[in-house]
Design a protein around this ligand. Structure first.
Ligand code: DAH
Length: 354
């Protein structure tokens, strides 16, 4: 703006700014305001002089005076804020204490919605006797695929758009197929290697896929894996577990249904749906369930005997079931978030709502 000012106005602005920058107290700023902005000040003088100008010059002159006024006021405001901040700093560091200054407000953080839901589910599963486990986010092919019954040429690999890691320029074949885990199911294998059955575990965590990002796809999202291995476990136990879990989450009885689903590490495999807990009348249909009366809850199934065997578990004695809760989806359902990108976006305007 300054550059459009006529030389005379420009000079006024320079002078005012020099005084403002040099000011160290409110009175000095007030004096500048008096000289430039108040009645009888420079700006007022310029405006008064307009009437003496030829008509074709009046518009520019008026605009110039107003620009000068705005610039001086802005510089005054900025310097005032600066001086106040300096006073607060000084008071804080012990150079004098001014009890009349407003206190500095402390901005409190809050828990991320994914953290909230994760903790809530952890509490529920703990109360059902589950251990909560963790696993590495950078995995090797063997755990993420091979021992889950997904060998190198298996078409199921195409479903997992994998981020492969390069280590010191060494690619996939020479670094054990290092990758960012595409699901939390890899921790199933790690668990079976480490624990003796019977056991029940849940594993919340981040997973990664090379997805084209849109409102319902993210390259980074959250899952919670469940794995239970013991004697005599059946599909009935799986259904019972999911019903208990849903009762705890929604504090009411919720009907579930199984549809067949294919995942190489479970047999039989299912998609488990729950009666939409948000419909006014159960099953009536609403916005959340897209009028179907059901929401997809999780893929699940009975652990494939080959998977148990590969991890050294005696399949004569033990069976197991597993489920893969889509944590990100549950968070979105719970808080009616319609765009998954909000979850990892880090925008505090979104996050401060929780
Ligand atoms: N890991 C699968 C995925 O991300 C989901 C899944 C399916 C997990 C079936 C399970 C399961 O535990 O039994 O696509």
């Amino acid at each position: 703006m300054e550059t459009t000012l006529q030389p005379e106005l420009h000079q006024h602005l320079q002078d005012a700014k020099a005084r403002i920058d040099a000011a160290t107290a409110a009175e000095e700023l007030r004096a500048v305001e008096r000289d430039y902005i108040d009645k009888g000040g420079v700006v007022a003088g310029l405006l008064a002089a307009i009437t003496t100008l030829p008509p074709e010059q009046r518009r520019d002159a008026g605009q110039g005076a107003n620009i000068l006024k705005g610039a001086v006021l802005k510089a005054l405001g900025d310097r005032k804020a600066e001086l106040e901040a300096m006073a607060i700093d000084a008071a804080r560091s012990g150079h004098g204490f001014d009890p009349s200054l407003p206190g500095t407000s402390i901005r409190r953080g809050s828990l991320h919605p994914v953290t909230r839901v994760t903790r809530e589910l952890e509490d529920i599963f703990s109360s059902m006797g589950y251990d909560i486990l963790d696993g590495p986010e950078v995995e090797i092919d063997v755990y993420n695929f091979e021992r889950l019954n997904i060998p190198g040429d298996h078409p199921a690999r195409d479903m997992h758009d994998t981020f492969w890691c390069e280590v010191n320029g060494a690619e996939r074949d020479s670094n054990m197929g290092l990758l960012l885990r595409t699901h939390t199911s890899c921790v199933q294998v790690r668990t079976m290697e480490r624990l003796q059955p019977p056991f029940r575990v849940v594993v919340p965590g981040r997973v990664f896929r090379q997805e084209t990002v849109d409102a319902s796809h993210e390259h980074t999202f959250h899952q919670m894996e469940g794995l239970v291995v013991g004697e005599g476990l059946t599909v009935g136990h799986l259904i019972g577990t999911m019903k208990t879990f849903l009762r705890e989450v929604f504090q009411k009885e919720i009907e579930v249904r199984l549809r067949p689903g294919y995942f190489p590490f479970v047999e039989p495999g299912f998609e488990l749906d729950a009666r939409c807990p948000f419909c006014a009348t159960p099953g009536a249909g609403c916005r959340v369930c897209k009028q179907t009366g059901w929401v997809e809850l999780c893929p699940c199934g009975m652990v494939h005997p080959a998977v148990l065997q590969m991890s050294g578990i005696d399949t004569e004695k033990y069976t197991g079931f597993a489920f893969g809760l889509g944590l990100s989806r549950l968070v979105m359902l719970r808080y009616e978030i319609d765009d998954i990108r909000h979850l990892m976006g880090g925008d505090t305007r979104f996050l401060s709502q929780f």
